[in-house]
Design a protein around this ligand. Structure first.
Ligand SMILES: Nc1ncnc2c1ncn2[C@@H]1O[C@H](COP(=O)(O)OP(=O)(O)OP(=O)(O)O)[C@@H](O)[C@H]1O
Length: 601
């Protein structure tokens, strides 16, 4: 086998999900080329004076407008007889310095104000918005040219002013990002936990804005070099200092005498500008890829991973569900193995070859501690595993078809013959549509009814699932109904297509205790009325005792015991089941009252 297979107890190194900008650059050929080029430019900026063959103002009039590649002047001479290569090398430092000043000003001004406006909003946000709009509306280049009369030939001051003009782009970016982050629940949690705003900003908010700022800075640096060269080309730089734009101007003036001499300063400026843009693109693409979940494997990679994995497996850890019955009225899960790739050749197994049989008319509980693989099993049955998950082996057989292998068969039965009740009712409703719109849409996608018929049937169903004012709920948006109502709505949606089976993934976890009991009653009633088969995923043994007929106990991705609910509670077979039963508080001895403190210090 090409790669090592690891199990959940010995996980391999996780696929990295966030990387530094430098490591992203060094993993990409364009990134490496850009990085090397920029290192050379910076080296030229630092050591330019030492490596230049001549001084910046060395003049040999006999070499005025000398052609490139002469023995004296490698890149030719300008109209005053100065070496173009030496002047470019000397000019690199001022070019980089100018761009660095511009970037520092733009970053300091734009990022700080964007942070304050995004985080605290209020009047600062209003004033900041106006100021940013005003600065963006100014014609920057023209303004810099006009400023020449005031500030004189100082390219550093001109670039600092340009930094002020660029600051609004940072302001807008940072403000928008911070506004998104400040509404996140983890920021609220940090706030209520008493962290001061400065800590919240540095710990949570800055992290979110760091990557976009780096990307933006690459583009801004490129633009800065172009603008600086443009100003110097127009003669607004210091005439006594060599600069890239200055050399461009000098060679441009002699374009009809020595046209080739223009090529090298032009190439230097455009290649550096382009390199910053490429670097920005590489970092952006890299961060996008690493910020998303691990990239799903291709079909071929999945097949070879599954084949290699099957070969490496020794014995399936089957859950003891007994022989799998053939027949119309059941869903049979056989030897299901699910894993998550940790690389292209390695996989972490999270479900280890389980067997499970769901029959119509029965509620089958799937119980186990958190992380034992209950949801993964339920998702596999519905074909809604995360994109990066791989079904390494096994089958889910329904009416003679393997739903894992036959996607068409899966599409035909999912939502029609097998309904789904999710764990988080609110996040499973689209906030932009009314409850009625999405219920009608869902029902018409799975059954052949007119809009009017669907509406009528759904209003009756809403009433059946215990919603007091079906019409009002039907016309409401999800945020206008309670969590309990939302779960009833989803249950109504799941049974609207008259399915044979329902997969319910912890359907009461997100609800309060009284509503939980009502929803469980409702599920039991609907199951009996419609002779439904149900897979009920739960970590609550009380729920199992309440409504399940059969139960499978999962531990570490394997089923350790399957039996009737009555047997499970009276004669549990597996040690783990006994531990699980012993760990419930129900029936435990009451603890005595707290001892009074008699001593007062
Ligand atoms: N997208 C994913 N990538 C990698 N591993 C995952 C992913 N989703 C789930 N897992 C792993 O699969 C295992 C089983 O997860 P699963 O969600 O099925 O547990 P569960 O029993 O339903 O737990 P809970 O009751 O807390 O929902 C866990 O170890 C989990 O870390």
């Amino acid at each position: 086998m090409s790669g090592e297979v690891t199990d959940s107890k010995h996980p391999a190194e996780p696929v990295p999900t966030s990387r530094s900008a430098l490591s992203i650059v060094l993993r990409n050929p364009i990134g490496i080329a850009s990085f090397v080029f920029l290192v050379l430019v910076v080296a030229a900026g630092i050591f330019g004076g030492a490596i230049a063959p001549y001084g910046p103002n060395f003049t040999d009039l006999s070499l005025a407008n000398a052609e490139p590649f002469t023995s004296e002047f490698v890149l030719g001479g300008d109209s005053a007889g100065r070496d173009i290569l030496s002047r470019l090398l000397y000019g690199t430092r001022s070019t980089l310095l100018g761009s660095a000043v511009m970037l520092a000003v733009a970053l300091a001004l734009g990022t700080t104000t964007g942070l304050i406006a995004g985080y605290f909003a209020g009047w600062f946000d209003v004033v900041g918005g106006w100021a940013a709009n005003l600065l963006l509306a100014l014609p920057g280049f023209v303004l810099l040219v006009a400023l020449y009369a005031v500030i004189g030939p100082s390219i550093l001051i001109a670039m600092a002013v340009f930094g002020v003009l660029v600051a609004p782009t940072y302001y807008r970016l940072v403000r928008a990002l911070v506004r998104n982050v400040r509404n996140e629940l983890y920021v609220d949690a940090a706030r209520v936990s008493g962290l001061p705003d400065t800590r919240i900003v540095s710990r949570h908010v800055l992290r979110a804005v760091r990557a976009p700022i780096i990307i933006q800075s690459a583009f801004v640096l490129g633009a800065g070099i172009g603008v600086q060269a443009g100003l110097e080309f127009l003669g607004l730089g210091d005439p006594t200092e060599p600069s890239w734009g200055g050399v461009l101007q000098e060679t441009f003036n002699a374009i009809f005498i020595a046209p080739w001499n223009l090529v090298f300063p032009a190439l230097t400026i455009s290649a550096t500008t382009l390199t910053f843009a490429l670097l920005g693109n590489v970092i952006r693409d890299g961060l996008k890829a690493s910020g998303s979940r691990a990239a799903p494997l291709s079909g071929r990679q999945r097949t070879s991973l599954a084949t290699a994995h099957s070969a490496a497996r020794t014995a399936p850890a089957r859950g003891g569900a007994g022989p799998i019955p053939a027949g119309e009225d059941c869903i049979a899960v056989t030897d299901l193995v699910i894993g998550y790739p940790t690389s292209k050749t390695d996989v972490r197994e999270v479900v280890h070859g389980i067997d499970l049989t769901l029959r119509r008319g029965e509620i089958h509980g799937l119980v186990g501690e958190s992380g034992s693989g209950k949801s993964q099993t339920a998702f596999a049955l519905l074909g809604i595993l995360p994109a990066e998950a791989v079904v390494l082996s096994g089958s889910v057989t329904y009416r003679g078809k393997d739903l894992l292998a036959d996607t068409r068969a899966l599409r035909e039965v999912r939502g029609r013959r097998i309904g789904y009740v999710p764990q988080e009712p609110m996040s499973n409703l689209d906030p932009t549509l009314t409850v009625g719109q999405q219920l009608v849409y869902g029902m018409r996608a799975t059954t052949r009814v007119s809009r009017r018929q669907a509406r009528q049937a759904l209003l009756e169903l809403l009433s059946r699932v215990g919603i007091n004012d079906p019409q009002r709920t039907f016309d409401s948006y999800p945020h206008e109904i309670s969590g309990g109502m939302a779960q009833r709505v989803l249950i109504a949606g799941a049974v609207a297509s008259d399915p044979e089976f329902i997969v319910a993934d912890e359907p009461t976890t997100a609800l309060d205790v009284t509503v939980q009991a009502e929803v469980l009653d409702l599920l039991r009633e609907l199951q009996r009325e419609r002779n439904l088969g149900m897979l009920l995923v739960t970590h609550n043994l009380g729920v199992v005792a309440d409504i399940c007929d059969y139960v499978s106990v999962m531990k570490d991705g394997a089923i350790v015991e399957t039996s009737s609910a009555a047997e499970l509670f009276t004669t549990p077979k597996a040690d783990y089941t006994r531990t699980l039963l012993a760990s419930t508080l129900d029936g435990a001895e009451l603890r005595g009252p707290l001892a009074r403190r008699t001593e007062v210090k």
